[in-house]
Design a protein around this ligand. Structure first.
Ligand SMILES: NC(=O)c1ccc[n+]([C@@H]2O[C@H](COP(=O)([O-])OP(=O)(O)OC[C@H]3O[C@@H](n4cnc5c(N)ncnc54)[C@H](O)[C@@H]3O)[C@@H](O)[C@H]2O)c1
Length: 331
């Protein structure tokens, strides 16, 4: 088992990565916890044994279920079971489950400890680590949420074998991102070590900037175009596929702005293609719409667009990118 510490003072915790990590639940349970509320989805089928009294609460599938109604429903069910602040919530699932159950744990009784058992690759390398929890509203994704750090994260690589291939590929898109955030040799590592290396990178960034006042924004590398493609909603892309296209686009933009050379752009293609992910903006995509959506991104500032871009000092946040330059690179 690989142990990745997330250093956040008294809110520090470990991410355990490896085959069978889910069986370590009892070990990481906060001391004296009498009961565990397991939140998961029917299709996931990953059983956990907290070693204390436990009950399973099911939530629905998909982004639509990541909503306030589900949070209310979970909290009401917790209450009927008599869950207290002395108990624990265990989220077993992908990012949809860990974001929603994490937020329910953050607000129920003003905060119940939560342990994440991410069952998707995307959850293991990204969503379950770092304490961002939240839900969607019709006006936008992740608009309601809280920072609520888990007490532990158990990344069991064994459970990834049942993941549908496209969901696995989606996780690879986030993995590709880490290759440009300083994780070297990622493609040559066995799965456990690759997941742990990504988790360690996220842990480092989160430890340095828990609330995204600065460095944490780098984790959005490739995400500005990705979010625009997802918001446009017509392109049948999983999140990681959209990120893959966003990474390649960000490389072209950085090259156009003289920040990186052609060889570095080729490296972006090599990494993304090695994971079998798409590199091109979908055929017939409406460039003007994508530009408008990127301008609305929550990281956007007045007087230009904000991107996370590669450069001589590595990946960094760049403000004030001219819309005309972005349009040129888009086309
Ligand atoms: N909090 C964060 O920092 C953060 C970071 C990145 C993404 N996210 C969020 O994560 C969400 C996406 O998460 P996701 O990609 O994991 O999608 P997801 O949670 O919807 O899971 C994808 C699908 O795989 C199924 N599944 C999960 N584990 C399985 C398993 N082991 N075997 C078989 N099927 C399984 C799920 O039931 C679901 O149908 C988005 O809502 C995104 O906003 C959050």
């Amino acid at each position: 088992m690989i142990r990745v510490p997330v250093g956040l003072g008294e809110r520090s915790y470990d991410v355990l990565v490896g085959a069978g990590a889910r069986h370590r639940l009892l070990e990481v349970l906060p001391t004296g916890v009498p009961r565990a509320a397991i939140v998961t989805q029917e299709a996931i089928g990953v059983a956990v044994d907290a070693g204390v009294e436990q009950r399973t609460f099911l939530m629905d599938e998909g982004e639509d279920a990541k909503c306030m109604e589900t949070v209310e429903d979970l909290c009401r069910q917790f209450s009927r079971w008599g869950l207290t602040r002395g108990d624990v919530v265990v989220a077993v699932g992908g990012g949809v489950v860990t974001d929603t159950a994490g937020f329910a744990a953050a607000v129920y009784h003003r905060g119940v400890p939560v342990i994440h058992v991410p069952t998707t690759l995307l959850g293991q390398v990204d969503a379950a680590i770092g304490g961002k929890t939240g839900v969607n509203v019709p006006e936008g994704k992740n608009l309601i949420g809280a920072f609520w750090q888990p007490a532990a994260v158990l990344c069991d690589t064994e459970v990834l074998s049942t993941l549908p291939p496209r969901e696995y590929a989606s996780g690879l898109g986030e993995m590709a991102k880490y290759a440009f955030l300083g994780v070297d040799g990622l493609r040559d590592l066995p799965l456990d070590e690759a997941v742990a290396a990504c988790a360690a990178c996220k842990a480092r960034v989160v430890s340095a900037d828990e609330r995204e006042s600065d460095q944490r924004a780098l984790l959005n590398y490739g995400h500005t175009l990705a979010h625009a493609l997802e918001t446009a909603g017509r392109y049948d892309l999983r999140h990681g596929e959209a990120v893959a296209i966003g990474l390649v686009f960000a490389a072209h933009l950085a090259e156009h702005m003289g920040r990186i050379d052609e060889a570095r752009v080729k490296e972006h293609y090599a990494v993304v293609e090695s994971y079998g992910l798409p590199t091109a903006i979908p055929d017939g995509a409406d460039r003007d719409e994508l530009l408008t959506l990127m301008g609305r991104d929550k990281k956007a500032l007045r007087g230009g667009l904000t991107f996370v871009l590669d450069g001589p000092r590595g990946v960094e946040v760049v403000n004030g990118v001219e819309p005309g330059v972005v349009r040129e690179v888009l086309s």
